[in-house]
Design a protein around this ligand. Structure first.
Ligand code: MN
Length: 503
């Protein structure tokens, strides 16, 4: 069983928007749908469905997350610039500059991010993805787009299935993880896993099916008990539910424990969600009074959050008949952050989110939250929302697809020296995105740069020192020019000696 495709209609999307937003802009939504469905008319997905089912699914997902209406509208329009006659300017004319820029960024990203099958570049690709996206809302759109594409992989040729699955697993899922978006991360991983390792996927699925069948009734009984305990305290606002481990995550954990299933206690865990931190510790105490904790399995991620900002209390206890159950206790805010990560901050739905400060991401976002409270103007808010994570770096490709990481403003000469000092020394010209360009041109992220060399060239031009940006290129040019000068001197001396002999 692969990820299933859910086909959405416009009416379903509109209904969801009506339910989700206090001021649903149905008029704009309808206009965007009209534009997209007309533009994509006659186009089909490889699954046989009309193309419009794709942007509808993406927009539905974004609305379901409660992201701002502009993001939902841009979701409907996200493929029109790429696939149809409609230009960014037309989108801007009808829907304004913010929606147009979201559509434009998603379109640009599509061209640059292609998995080139080389593991060691995965990290650079991830960085580049974030650098290119620059606006975190574009990242959410890309994830929603990718998730729907994963759910329709069944209609694709095998080669393409594998490429998309690998790209999702190695580039998209880790980014989702870093942004603390465990819901997206889990879906991306499981959706890819099904295509990359179908047998192992089936095996994990069977393990989970059996566990759920064996333990389901038992877990519900435990949940009932906890609800009773909590009801006797002064905690009024709580939720208790079971959660089943994701298949890819089970696969990784099983590898870690040499396949020993008995070492994995969180196949089914129970989550307790309360209002504040005090209640978290209280609930933990309550559990430990009732059931004996398994030694060494109490983890306080509230006092010491995980690097991506994740917070919760974890404990594993022996319940009746020696059954071992893992519990995760957290506040509503922690839960939202654990599921949606940074996206939790962009959710439209009301509710006070006290941002959790820990990682750079989270600190940055906490700062943004603060600033948002002081700004009223929507356009001003949008400016603040743009995260420039790798602002001072650019990521440029060789024609073979290798990624070179350079400082902003770097030129083809910096690029040439980053490849090899001989490439720099012999460089005569540069082709950027297949167009001949000056050697002092500033490169931008995503450029494909080809350096033309001449093996008879003496050495670098000292004038290059006036515009290179990297210390590496600067030093190499200085070294090489020193040598050429010396070389020239010795040539001259040799010439003189020869001349003397002839006399
Ligand atoms: Mn798309």
């Amino acid at each position: 069983m692969k990820m299933t495709e859910i086909v959405r209609t416009y009416d379903e999307l509109e209904r969801l928007v009506q339910e989700t937003y206090s001021v649903p802009d149905v008029d704009t939504l309808r206009r965007a749908y009209d534009m997209a469905s007309k533009a994509h008319a006659g186009e089909k997905r490889l699954t046989g469905h009309d193309f419009i089912t794709h942007p509808l699914a993406v927009a539905y997902r974004l609305a379901d997350m409660g992201l701002h209406m502009n993001v939902v509208v841009a979701g409907l329009l996200h493929d029109v610039v790429e696939d149809t006659e409609i230009s960014v300017e037309t989108v801007e004319e009808h829907f304004g500059s913010d929606i147009a820029s979201l559509v434009e960024s998603v379109t640009k990203l599509k061209h640059t991010i292609k998995y080139r099958g080389v593991d060691r570049y995965a990290e650079n690709m991830r960085k580049m993805f974030l650098a290119m996206a620059s606006d975190v809302r574009v990242v959410f759109m890309k994830f929603a787009d990718r998730l729907h594409n994963l759910s329709t992989l069944y209609g694709m040729p095998k080669k393409k299935q594998e490429r998309i699955a690998r790209e999702s697993l190695e580039i998209y899922a880790p980014i989702a993880g870093r942004l603390g978006m465990s819901e997206f991360k889990g879906e991306l991983e499981d959706g890819s896993f099904a295509y990359l390792h179908p047998k192992e996927y089936e095996r994990m699925k069977n393990i989970m099916d059996i566990k759920v069948r064996e333990k389901g009734a038992y877990v519900s009984r435990i949940i009932d008990q906890i609800e009773k305990f909590l009801a006797q305290t002064n905690v009024n606002d709580f939720q208790v539910h079971g959660r089943v481990k994701r298949l890819y995550s089970l696969h990784k954990k099983l590898n870690k424990y040499q396949g020993d299933l008995s070492k994995i206690y969180d196949l089914i865990a129970i989550r307790i969600i309360v209002s504040d931190v005090e209640e978290c510790y209280m609930a933990l105490g309550l559990l430990h009074q009732q059931w004996r904790p398994v030694p060494g399995r109490i983890k306080d991620y509230i006092a010491q959050p995980k690097p991506n900002g994740y917070q919760s209390l974890h404990t594993t206890v022996f319940t009746e008949n020696g059954e071992i159950v893992e519990f995760q206790i957290r506040t509503t805010e922690m839960h939202e952050l654990a599921e949606y990560g940074v996206a939790a901050h962009w959710r439209y739905k009301e509710g006070s989110h006290k941002p959790v400060k820990n990682t750079r991401w989270m600190e940055e976002l906490a700062q943004i939250q603060k600033e948002l409270q002081n700004k009223k103007d929507f356009m001003e808010q949008l400016e603040i929302m743009k995260i420039d994570v790798f602002k001072d770096r650019i990521f440029v490709f060789t024609p073979q697809g290798d990624v070179i990481d350079l400082p902003e403003g770097a030129t083809p000469i910096d690029f040439a020296y980053a490849i090899h000092s001989e490439v720099g020394n012999k460089c005569t010209a540069a082709r950027i995105n297949e167009v001949m360009r000056n050697l002092d041109t500033s490169l931008t992220s995503g450029d494909i740069v080809e350096i033309l060399t001449d093996k008879n060239r003496r050495g670098p031009n000292p004038d290059w020192l006036k515009f290179v940006k990297t210390r590496h290129a600067r030093n190499k040019i200085k070294d090489a020019t020193r040598h050429t000068v010396k070389g020239w001197f010795s040539e001259v001396l040799k010439g003189r000696e020869r001349a003397k002999k002839h006399h």
